[in-house]
Design a protein around this ligand. Sequence first.
Ligand code: GDP
Ligand code: PGA
Ligand code: MN
Length: 598
Amino acid sequence: MTDPPTRHARLVAWVGEVAELTDPDQIVWCDGTRAEWERLTSELVAFGSLVPVPAKPDSFLARTDPDDVARVEERTFICSADPEDAGPTNNWTAPDYMRETMTGLYRGSMRGRTMYVVPFCMGSLDAEQPMFGVELTDSAYVAASMHIMTRMGAEVLERMGEDAEFVPCLHSVGAPLEAGQTDVPWPCNETKYISHFPESREIWSYGSGYGGNSLLGKKCYALRIGSAMGRDEGWLAEHMLILRMTSPEGKVYHVTGAFPSACGKTNLAMLEPTIPGWKVETLGDDIAWLRFGEDGRLWASNPEFGFFGVAPGTDYKTNPNAMRTIEKGHTLFTNVALTDEGDVWWEGMGEPPAHATDWKGRDWTPQSEEPSSHPNSRFCTPVKQCPVLADEYDDPRGVPIDAILFGGRRATTIPLVTQARDWVHGVYMGATLSSETTAAAVGRVGVVRRDPMAMLPFIGYNAADYFGHWIEMGKAATDEALMPQVFYVNWFRRGEDGRFLWPGFGENSRVLKWVVERLEGRAEAVETPIGYCPTPESLDVDGLDLDEADLKAALLVDHEEWAAEVPLVEAWFARFGDKLPATLWSELDALKQRLDVR
Ligand code: GDP
Ligand code: PGA
Ligand code: MN
């Protein structure tokens, strides 16, 4: 083996220990160069793990094992020393027990494969304290994806010097190859563990190659470990998009939005406003780290370097900027269809082709019974290719946040937009956020569940402590007026016939406009039991072909629906026992009084 290209003794020792345990054929230290990308992708093509997408420059398609298509929340663990610190919403296992179990699984698990060493940095390399990580993985697909999703390679290793702190991230697909054994296109293991050790800031992942389980800088580090760091250090790691909205008068606002997986973050982040004179620029589509700036305001930055977006539904009509981003190529697609012209296709992208190859590699026609693409199929593409990317995406300070949106997928109850009365009420809205489950995680789709701050699967500690941390952030502000205003949105309310009441996508700019005008104190609102809602006149629907009754229904605060929501929130809060911040019970009591329910 060649000498490691670093003098970081702890890193070299750890790489040695893992190699000893997992027994790979060779170790490759990733440098992040173009040549390395070409080597990885051409090897993956040669092994049949990737298929070229000739219609787009430098782009490839991966077809996963049909049982390895989404995050596995059932197999995701927070291994804190005290089970209380994982809380009632996470799976907990004692750290020693998990280490022992997984060490057993890792023994020899990389045999016949290459172990890639991927040094990466979440967020800007120029940050005061760059957030380093190193992922060891036996998946070339993961190494190639990390090229897109993170700042990685030789420069990161260089900046780590001889002793920088880093989060060790160990990943194995758990499919060793014996001599002479032929590989499968998508190696993985039925047994899966996605384990986090919040105290020692380590991540161990086994058995899955799917992005959310295997690209460990993303959900595992930037959210689960990140949230635990944020609790200890006074900041927030959130499942949020970040966008900049500029008004026709040239006033600039920054908005973050926390929506559960597959509930519209990427779409909103890249939105093309339908209202004249307004402009939206993208800063991030999935994760935001929020810290206080010297000015006392909350600043947000995106730790990622790529988009890992949901493919189905993405189209020039719904999200043209995502289409333009992937059109530039250098994109890894996963589980979408390939047309006979050598381009990608998925449900919701215009007219279906007469014939294609589906995500399982089978013939597909519009008459086929199954969709051509998996509902959680993805594109993985560099942020820099986004035509509406704001320059500050790489600014280590991020941008100062004016408004935070919480949102979910609810067919009933939740109006199009509601403004919180104050910070604590905003935290209450986030803590009680609910959404129908989606294909982004394995399990039933369309079931309403509480998904606090859209972080249910990503809070790396006790969710009640997390709510407390949010409340404390408001107290830590030098002046609450400097904190962002909080809003709750729902693009997914349906009419009795099942159709969406609100057209969504680019038309969501109208809601953003109302948000901005509320910040400016210009837009009208009605005070309702659940917060401030737009009067039908205060929402700009100029030029929108929308039934008046639909608009009313989208904005409606229905007493009966809210009365039915109360016991669900009570049951949710009860799960946290004494740990739940008392102010949240007070918020619920006040809501009950306003609704006149008990
Ligand atoms: P993310 O996972 O939160 O980033 O969600 P995406 O932005 O990728 O969207 C997930 C799915 O919801 C896609 O199929 C989108 O087409 C769809 N979607 C996004 N925004 C809207 C909207 O405003 N209205 C409706 N009806 N669907 C939307
Ligand atoms: P997302 O989730 O839908 O929030 O982008 C990504 C993932 O499932 O890993
Ligand atoms: Mn997304």
